[in-house]
Design a binder for this molecule. Structure first.
Ligand code: EN5
Length: 439
């Protein structure tokens, strides 16, 4: 088991991590191979997928659309759009050659991919530059040939060449050894379509109409001063977000520049939505913000898709759907200043007989206020996502999401998201202490 992972700088599945730190020190240039790893066949060649070339992004889009991550029952497959991929891969400081592809030599078809982007990560009290690894994908016809270890080793080599020795990645499956495990939650906006695609349970007409009533949302948002983020908000959002993340979580990115905030948060059509709350009492001052991104999933058992397929896959209990895909909004980062001015009253202090109790009470008070605020602003995110015609809002139980998922009628999904660190051992982090969102 784990023939490959046993050779890599990650904790063993059985290991109990007690202290945080790297597994190996930085490598010297001589220790880093100069040449790419050999591919298993001369019919394959390494390439760089150029994110500046629309044509190449289209090829990557096609590879992922047909071969990327599916749910456990293969009813859906992620369908990242080409515009989304170019946003995800072109972040400030990106390295061209960390967008690693493999092509078929004769047809030039793109048959495999893995990407890294650089980022600053804080794990408890340590800040490190890491590579954020994503979009590992192998054409279905190439599975079972031990190609994945090669892709991982090759991108690792290129990252090492830049003097970076840590990485972070998320996977649905269990590998050695997660630093955190999160569960997916879903908030239905279009119950009928979700049911018809096999995303949610089958219901009869009466149950469906009851559910529709239960899930009804206001037609307008409720937070005064809520508006789309603008260029002029970038600096404030950066301060607010970094401070919020550092105050509340144990693993989070550090946004060093306004350029990064601008890249990740300025609204982009059909890709990323960011709303800020312009404080009514101090106009121009941003008190909160939230963001969500668009990621559709192809419905693999839709009628449209099965048409023209010679041997359609057997259709199980969930049935064939008339929809091609479901449009999901995923919660991205948010932040609030709600916690800034929380203090204990003299009376509350008197009721505590130790510093420890005071701290606990302060935390409880802060969490209550943050909960109220998040229910309000993420409630507005639901209204906006509905208005933008999304079918469902997804998130995992990371950050302070558990403070609002129940009230806002999210329910647990069947998927998990596990966080892994490469060459950095860290004591396990609770889901609610994870402050790093991956696309
Ligand atoms: C990239 N770095 O499993 C790696 N999705 O729950 C990413 N389930 O959509 C790794 N099987 O629960 C990603 N419906 C790993 C996740 C892969 C995709 C995945 C899950 C997450 C998912 C759906 C149904 C899928 C079909 C059955 C699900 C229940 C919805 C219901 C709606 C209303 C409230 C309760 C739940």
């Amino acid at each position: 088991v784990h023939e490959f992972w046993n050779t890599q700088p990650v904790p063993k599945s059985t290991e109990v991590v007690k202290k945080d730190g790297p597994l190996h020190p930085p490598l010297s240039p001589e220790q880093i191979p100069k040449e790419p790893f050999a591919l298993p066949s001369d019919q394959m060649e390494w390439c760089v997928v150029d994110v500046e070339k629309e044509e190449e992004m289209k090829e990557l889009y096609l590879l992922l659309t047909e071969n990327y991550v599916e749910d456990a029952d293969s009813i859906f497959r992620f369908n990242y759009s080409a515009e989304f991929l170019s946003w995800a891969l072109k972040s400030p400081g990106f390295q061209k050659n960390w967008h690693v592809g493999v092509r078929d030599v004769s047809s030039k078809q793109l048959i495999a991919f893995i990407s890294g982007i650089p980022m600053e990560m804080m794990v408890r009290d340590k800040t490190m530059t890491m590579a954020e690894i994503n979009f590992l994908c192998l054409h279905k016809s190439l599975r079972g040939q031990r190609m994945t270890p090669l892709l991982i080793k090759e991108v690792t080599r290129r990252i090492h060449q830049q003097g970076i020795f840590q990485a972070v990645y998320t996977v649905g499956r269990l590998l050695p050894k997660p630093v955190a495990t999160c569960r997916y939650f879903h908030r239905s906006l279009n119950p009928k379509k979700l049911m018809e695609t096999g995303f949610s349970q089958k219901l009869d007409a009466l149950q469906l109409s009851k559910l529709n009533n239960m899930l009804r949302l206001p037609s307008k948002t409720s937070t005064p001063g809520l508006r789309l983020m603008r260029k002029g908000d970038v600096g404030q959002v950066r301060k607010l977000l970094n401070r919020f993340l550092k105050n509340r979580y144990e693993m989070m990115p550090v946004f060093r520049t306004d350029a990064e905030i601008s890249h990740w948060f300025m609204p982009r059509d059909k890709v990323i939505w960011t709303y800020v709350v312009d404080d009514q009492e101090h106009p121009g001052k941003i008190s909160d913000f939230f963001s969500f991104y668009s990621l559709a999933s192809t419905a693999l058992k839709s009628e449209t898709r099965l048409k023209g397929v010679k041997n359609p896959p057997p259709i199980t209990g969930r049935g064939v759907s008339k929809h091609k895909s479901i449009d999901a909004a995923y919660l991205f980062y948010y932040g609030t200043r709600t916690d800034y001015n929380v203090v204990l009253t003299d009376e509350e202090k008197k009721a505590c007989d130790s510093v420890k109790k005071e701290k606990a009470l302060l935390k409880k008070k802060t969490d209550e206020l943050i909960k109220q605020r998040l229910v309000e602003i993420i409630g507005d995110a639901l209204v906006l996502a509905k208005e933008a015609d999304f079918d469902v809002v997804n998130c995992v139980d990371m950050m302070d999401n558990s403070l609002f998922t129940q009230d806002l009628k999210f329910g647990p999904g069947d998927g998990y998201l596990r966080y892994y660190l490469f060459n950095y051992m860290a004591r396990p982090i609770e889901a609610k202490k994870v402050g790093f969102v991956m696309l």
